[in-house]
Design a protein around this ligand. Sequence first.
Ligand SMILES: [Zn+2]
Length: 259
Amino acid sequence: MNKEKLIDCPVCKTEMVIRENIKEVTKCPNCGHVYVDYPGDANEFHQHAYRVSTVHGRRGNTHEFDTTRRFNPKFHQDRSRICDGRIKCLQNNLDLSKCSTMLDIGAGGGTFARWAREKLNLKEIKCQEISEICIHNLQMDGFSTYTGDFNSIDWDNPKNNTGFDLVTCWHVLEHINDIQKFAEQVGKITNKYLVIEVPLDERPNMGPVKKPSLNGWDGHHHFFTFESISLLFKDKFKTCTRTSKKGIQPPSLQVILEK
Ligand SMILES: [Zn+2]
């Protein structure tokens, strides 16, 4: 017989059953949110990930990025296409004339922030990042930064919360275990737009799902649906619009929330 464990959906609180045969992964019967009940710490995962070769050039520090760019033109093309797509998403869907300040949450080595600095006419771009290697490089590159886990930063302190017209969150939310706290805090610091991109659930039938192991775990606690994102932010934003189209790389769900 399968052992069962009950947990509440981290988005809508509907009871979900985790059966042992599908390991720690379960899907909410109400909002479709997929939760990975894995005891790993995403912070630790990232601190480690930034140091290992598998992520060289992906979200590592500037040096890694530049090295990879020099030796791997294909990588640079991919990055360019991804950043171009993100810039176009903002240009096509937001009223950027209403935006002068931006916060990039989980800025990594600053790839997107640099593109935004080049392509968008913003007065100020700040970056939040947990990896100290990345923070160092972001600062060397002239960005002002918040260091540490987004949820651990004291956003009630007016010194930290200066309010941002535009907040971007590219492939970050799936790593944050306490997404209710994240929604609460990001709602407080966003003046106008919150843009979220998360990976699409590529495991819709929930199987065969490999048990996430320390070595195999991809650091993702969540797979969102459009509905679960809408529900998560419904008291904090006025509208939630899906903007992702077919063919977006990597396969992602992209939404814009507006105050
Ligand atoms: Zn749910």
